[in-house]
Structure formats: C-alpha cells, structure tokens
Design a protein around this ligand. Structure first.
Ligand code: MN3
Length: 210
C-alpha cells in the first residue's frame, strides 16, 4: 500500500487559540508528511507493502527484523498523527460549550476513573511527566475490558500491546513549542478544549465490539 497524508477535517487556523495555526501547519504538512513519506520508503518493495499498517503494528514482532525500527518509527508516526487530528475539533467558544465526554465514553470514564475531573487530572499528570518525546493515551484493554491511561515513547502506539487507542496527546515538543515554548502544562490544559468526544465515543464503541 502507498500511504497518503490525510487532509485535516478542519481548517489550519480553526483550533485557535488552543493550537495555533503555524504549529498545526508545520505539524501536519512537515512532520506528519515526513512520517508518511518515510513509511512508504521503508516498506517499498517489501512484503509489508501488501499489508495494512494497523495490522502490521499490532504484531510488531512479526515485522522482519531489519524493517522493525523504521516501520515502528515511521508507521507509528503515521498512524498516531492520523488519530491525533481525528480526536481534535474546533471549539471557538469553550465557555458556551464546555467540552465533556458523551455516551459510553462518559460512562466508562466515570466507572474507570471516578469522574471526568479525576480522569483529566490523571491523564494530564501522565502527559506532563512523560520524559522526552512521546504520547499519552486513553486506551481500551480488551483483556481486562478496562480503560487505561498510558504513555508510549517516541512513535510507539498502544496497538503494539494489543490495545485500542481512544484519545491521545502528542507531547513531542514540535506539537506545542512555537506557542507554548517549555510550558507543556499550558498546552495540556488547552488540549481539553478541543477534544472531539464524539470521535472518542465512536472509537470506544468500535473497540468494545471487537
Ligand atoms: Mn507530532
């Protein structure tokens, strides 16, 4: 398969003021594009060309050894960013539209973490304390049937551990440095205003059906 950079489901400036236009443009057209291009280059002419990257990353130890590092890095970077853009949405007036979980996602968050507030605090603390570059996730573990807050280094993804990704924040510095510099905590606080809870709920429903 040849992978393409997906179009964003909103305008580059529409996540303002929480995520600034310049960051979104560079993040999407440079960083995400490079992961896409390097994934295509890594699998070109190999047996992985005929497989779906989601399936490939779900079984990282079945990736031929010489391809494993580039496929995990660039394939992970490709799918992680695909998800990241999908779980965001514009919210120009958060005071009028407090952004809270809906449906099954709301219920499961309450069951697993006590309340949305407690979940938010735990997830934010996890994202803040992640050392170096990586991602913090809300994931569904099909073995325990529970939600988990986890972090992964680099471009690793919960798929590699058999878990389904429901929500994620990119805490690589490229995701926030232009606007927030070293203030990762402010970026995380802003993030909650633009989470697309309809999408998170949809992903949870898909994950629990499997
Ligand atoms: Mn990124």
């Amino acid at each position: 398969m040849v992978y393409e950079l997906p179009k964003l489901p909103y305008d580059y400036n529409s996540l303002e003021p929480f995520m600034d236009e310049a960051t979104v443009i560079i993040h999407h057209t440079k960083h995400h594009q490079i992961y896409t291009d390097k994934l295509n280059a890594a699998i070109k002419g190999t047996q992985l060309e005929s497989k779906n990257i989601i399936d490939v990353l779900s079984e990282p130890y079945s990736i031929p050894k010489e391809l494993r590092a580039p496929v995990m890095n660039f394939g992970g970077g490709y799918v992680n960013h695909n998800l990241f853009w999908e779980i965001l949405r514009p919210n120009p007036n958060p005071e009028a539209n407090p952004n809270i979980p809906i449906g099954e996602a709301a219920e499961e968050i309450n069951t697993n973490f006590g309340s949305f507030q407690q979940f938010k605090e735990k997830f934010s603390a996890e994202a803040l304390s992640l050392f170096g570059s990586g991602w913090t996730w809300l994931a569904y573990n099909p073995l325990t049937k529970k939600l988990e807050i986890i972090s992964t280094p680099n471009q690793d993804t919960p798929l590699m551990d058999g878990k389904s990704s429901l929500l994620t924040i990119d805490v690589w510095e490229h995701a926030y440095y232009l606007k927030y510099q070293n203030r990762r905590a402010d970026f995380i606080t802003a993030f909650w205003n633009i989470v697309n809870w309809d999408k998170v709920n949809e992903l949870l429903q898909e994950a629990t059906k499997k």
